[in-house]
Design a protein around this ligand. Sequence first.
Ligand code: NAP
Length: 308
Amino acid sequence: MTEPLFDRIAIVGLGLIGSSIARGVKARGLARRVAGYDVSPEVRARASALGFCDEVAETPQAAVTQASLVVLAVPVGATAAAVKALAPHLARGSILTEVGSVKAAVIRQVLAELPEHAVFVPGHPIAGTEHSGPDAGFAELFEGRWCILTPCERSSEEAVAKVTALWRGLGSAVEIMTPEHHDIVLAITSHIPHLIAFNIVGTAADVEEVTQSEVIKFSAGGFRDFTRIAASDPVMWRDVFLNNKEAVLEMLGRFSEDLAALQRMIRWDDGEALLELFTRTRAIRRGIIDAGQDTQAADFGRPHGHED
Ligand code: NAP
């Protein structure tokens, strides 16, 4: 049996991501003990009942004081409050990491509170489902997925190596990039697609000529996949857009220009241009399948195989 990577891991925020990390760490023996804390008493009670942590603490202090690794897994908008509550209690030499879907804004908030005697490794697992809360987590969530780490001025090389080992232990492949690059890449691959889904589902609900029962009845025509994405956690997505404003607005500008070009192609019966674009996009889809990134495992709001 190999030695666990960590003596004691504390996970703050026991929803989909936090509880999946706890479950994965336990299942793969990556730490001797896993402590958990959540601001919500209901979530704490549920986490205790589900038993994916060795102990569920009643305060952030009790969870983190003896931990060599602290994983913050709260909504992006709750980062500042959560870090303020736990930072003074971080153990000397401990590593703080987190999983927020936005990096630059989260890093700013964490660095404002991080004590001198701890280091910080920001991260983002590219895995999730449209479900949230402690019941939604499962140990295999990160298997075969990417986790992006975006080291900052308070990340030591040793800490980055340890957090990399954690994600590899959970079954993910790790890629390193700057926080700014992460925010642009995720704006186009995740944030804008979600925005489009929220928008189209909202528009369909407001189209007066089409009844709601028709929308539901004929949803297999393409709409159904959008509804799945648009069912993602409202708090999480509000926080993503408010905290990745610049990159999202930049990508949205480009998207709107391209949409206007498509509008022109249709108006001027430019079938050749439409065909050229649709052929190009079909090739991109093939590339994703070839890269093994189109799996049932829940990314981009797709439900996990055993949940649907
Ligand atoms: P979630 O299921 O809603 O879980 C978040 C938990 O954190 C909730 O139980 C919440 O309690 C708790 N919380 C809020 N403020 C807190 C605080 N100050 N201290 C301790 N706990 C607090 O959300 P999630 O999907 O796991 O997302 C967590 C993070 O992972 C987010 O930053 C998100 O951007 C990122 N992420 C999500 C996905 C995804 O697909 N879901 C993928 C990758 C990364 P309340 O419910 O009472 O507020």
